[in-house]
Design a protein around this ligand. Sequence first.
Ligand code: ADP
Ligand code: MG
Length: 629
Amino acid sequence: MRGVNHKEPMAERVIGIDLGTTNSCVATVEGGVPKVIANKGGYKTTPSMVAITDSGRRLVGHIAKRQAITNASNTVYAAKRLIGRKWSHPTVQQARQVLPYKLVEGDTGDVRIELRGTASSISEISAVVLSEMKKIAEEYFGGPVEKAVITIPAYFNDGQRQATKDAGKIAGLDVIRIINEPTAAALAYGYKKNIKKRVAVFDLGGGTFDISVLDIQDGVFEVLATAGDTYFGGEDFDQRIVEWLVFGFAKEHRLDLRTDAMALQRLRDAAEQAKMQLSVTPSAEINLPFIMSPSPASGKTDALHLQRTLTREKLEDMTADLVERSIEICDRMLKEARIQKEEIEEVVLVGGQTRMPKVQQVVKEYFGIDPVKSVHPDEVVALGAAVQAAALVGAQEEGKQPDLLLLDVTPHQLGIMIAGGYFNTLIPANSTVPTSSMHTFTTVRDAQTAVKIVVLQGDSEVANQNELLGEFLLTGLPSRPRGEIEVDVKFDISPDGIVSVSARDKSTGVQQSIQVTATNRLSEDEMKRILSTNEEFAVAEKNTEMFTKVKNDVERHMRDVDKLMPLVKDFITGSDFGDDALKKVEAVKERAKKAIQRQDVEALKDVQELLDRAVSMLKGVAERIASKK
Ligand code: ADP
Ligand code: MG
């Protein structure tokens, strides 16, 4: 056995696991060198697949994959696309249409997978894959392994992070850290390299896409910005080919292959095979004999076969918008982070789908540089996770600072709901974690003795369009006029990117806090109730002196506008200039009202100036009218 001669008794055995949508990979650091641990079959990656056979046996990895065609409805793949999501999420509803296995709604609005009559949570399914990775490592070491770093897509939100951590726990792992996949890739790429570079990591795997930009310098890995899509990857490329095959077949035989789970699984397999082959050759044959029986109506009896040729050109044509989408996400991220493309010195490609020549070409054209060739796209994430795991444990044991420092960022804005149903940001996207932030809020009604803190993550300024992370009430506030009670709300993000929130009444010191745990425990009705704009427990941002000053000024201007408007309206209506001016004034007033409602000083300052100009304009017109009379 390989593990028997292994000599490193001092160091604790720790591993890094890349829990991929399609494939998972486990690595460790030996003698300062990160290395991937192969499974018993000699493969360095293991399919993230779990199946239950008709005799009730549970299969994982390659053996699960091998029987997927004949046991399609009881074989789970791509579970990661569902982890930490709510049943009502559009992507879940979309997935139900295409997945051969059955999704059911859990008691609490979460997603479950039903295999042979038993429903399991997604964390439980992922735990099966993680246990397998743990086992691969244990066989290699010849002894138990507990501590692990697990990677996740950078764009995962809090719920998805929590659910992954839960999966680790269920698998019997001590998850010492959760790190972002592109960051792990950069870690493996820059480890012990003594480089000083700005690097972009472009990670297009089976089910998720991430792009991150980092500065690497002397063992410090600082993520500057990250963006992505947790429902976008190689599976979407396969799906395009499947649709092409299904349509072609339907046209010829008037039969829908999607109605047959086994046929569909064979199509998916063949589509992926063809896609991979087209990364090397200009055309690929798809050959699926006996794919279906003919319809009785056709009068034919011979089984039908499917045979088509797919060219690389056709594939590129069918998936051009997908490739384009990845570039759009890069572009948006760079703009938001105010990074110039030209500042990027290296591009590291990660994920199997980046083997597609078109993807490589488009990335090269976009960044204007040749992507790095030295990293292995399937292994680099696990290697980085192992590097991080070893650094964390090594530092703990020897009580010294780790020899590398990771500064990652939070991918989404975090904040709370304020009066009027708006979202108030406490931590902007791309803030370095760990981080914390405190804002003061206040009551909105007289004698309001409780405030509800609704914690949200997302990018919309309307509260209910964001992901709900949790809520709690701070009660027992003294009965005072509105706006007088001050509540400090504090957000903390751990190095894993997991959020906790506390609220404290300044006058009494009474405090409430939550570690935000997955919202999966909430039903749809509860969500609606929480996000209702019911003002009973609403909070507003604390009026600052500045805000009050600007607000008073704006309100004075608005009164002026209301007074002047009736005087000038008839006079200027009908002219091009007049109609336009009136519309603009109305729009500015609307903006002012919103800014006041949201207590947004900056927005208010913008309209203050516009209103000032509107008042002068209206005054000028009023004077001209008066002089004519
Ligand atoms: P994940 O991190 O999601 O597990 P991987 O990095 O293992 O994903 O990538 C899996 C995806 O890459 C699959 O969609 C697979 O079809 C695709 N892929 C693997 N090899 C190739 C190739 N040679 N050409 C195109 N796509 C590939
Ligand atoms: Mg991956």
